[in-house]
Design a binder for this molecule. Structure first.
Ligand SMILES: [Zn+2]
Length: 331
């Protein structure tokens, strides 16, 4: 076992970690330098960290122009495809999924869809649900599709995981194996991309392709673990826990806005633990305010890592206090 393994990994995870590091060390997986998808040069970067959850020898750099944090050099497409086919599942999941666990994932997806819809009431309120067509890009087992179908929204999905697609098909859902090339001649009112963009090898191209699949006035929902929200409630400011091998792109809301703008998408509403809605526009897109650079925020987080328990208690107290004031105000 590699000695840098510090977390409690299961046997199948440890096996996957060793397999992956061998593939990297032996040069079976190859890496290449990429400019930032925002268009900035390779040199427009600052070093962030070389530590990630599984101890792999990769480096994260932050773009000084847009703030996107990316792995550089990043694995090439061929290596990523092999990784997702043969290693990802064993690395990511504590247990090797069996048929019984598919239903569990499906139910989790339903809950996610419920939350997405509940939190976007203002976005949906002007729309007649039964006239909408939705596309879930990276739909997994189809749970989200199944929920939006219950709202009378006609729903379509795609995923590269053929086992998951097979499961979704058995549920009677309209799904295809693959990516943006699926449902070729269809256009949609809503596109969902939940926990997908951080895994892509070319997020700019995918966003452009997806924007092309949107009808005029269509909207796209993007959910991805944003690096500005790794505080006391999530990763306790521990970068090593947040960064993981299969997330070559780590966004904050601003860097996602910059990338989305290249696909004519403008932020409607969104949070830094990124859950964001974008509208397709045919006029100039507004980017919002540029925040402080990623290197500086990571430095602040290194300090906060020491004092996070105090912040956690303070946040809890603040929430309780606000609750009391709110009740008091209503009287
Ligand atoms: Zn950039």
């Amino acid at each position: 076992m590699k000695k840098y393994i510090k977390y409690k990994f299961t046997d199948s995870q440890v096996e996957a970690i060793n397999q992956l590091s061998n593939l990297i060390e032996n040069g079976k997986y190859t890496f290449k330098y990429q400019t930032c998808p925002c268009g900035a040069e390779i040199l427009d970067t600052e070093f962030i960290t070389n530590k990630e959850k599984f101890g792999m020898p990769i480096n994260y750099y932050g773009c000084t122009k847009c703030g996107l944090i990316r792995v550089m050099p990043n694995m090439d497409k061929k290596s990523w495809l092999d990784f997702y086919k043969n290693i990802y599942m064993y690395l990511q999941k504590k247990k090797i999924p069996s048929k019984d666990t598919y239903q569990k994932y499906f139910n989790i997806e339903i809950d996610n869809a419920k939350n997405i819809f509940k939190n976007a009431k203002s976005i949906f309120k002007s729309k007649k649900l039964s006239s909408l067509e939705l596309f879930d890009f990276g739909c997994g087992y189809g749970g989200m599709l199944s929920y939006f179908e219950t709202l009378n929204i006609k729903s379509f999905g795609c995923d590269y995981d053929d086992e998951a697609v097979k499961f979704a098909k058995e549920k009677g859902l309209t799904v295809e194996v693959g990516g943006v090339e699926t449902f070729k001649n269809k256009k949609f009112d809503i596109i969902l991309m939940s926990h997908v963009i951080e895994h892509l090898d070319n997020p700019k191209k995918t966003l452009l392709d997806l924007s092309g699949k949107l009808k005029e006035g269509g909207i796209i929902y993007i959910e991805t673990p944003g690096y500005r929200d790794i505080g006391p409630e999530r990763y306790h400011y521990n970068k090593e826990k947040y960064f993981r091998f299969y997330h070559p792109f780590c966004f904050d809301l601003y860097s996602l806005n910059v990338l989305a703008a290249k696909a004519s998408l403008e932020l409607l509403e969104g949070s830094e633990w990124i859950k964001a809605w974008y509208l397709k526009k045919n006029t100039k897109v507004n980017l919002g305010k540029k925040p402080i650079k990623p290197k500086l925020i990571m430095l602040i987080y290194s300090l906060k890592r020491i004092i996070w328990p105090i912040e956690l208690i303070f946040n809890k107290f603040k929430r309780k206090f606000l609750k009391i004031m709110f009740r008091f105000g209503k009287k």
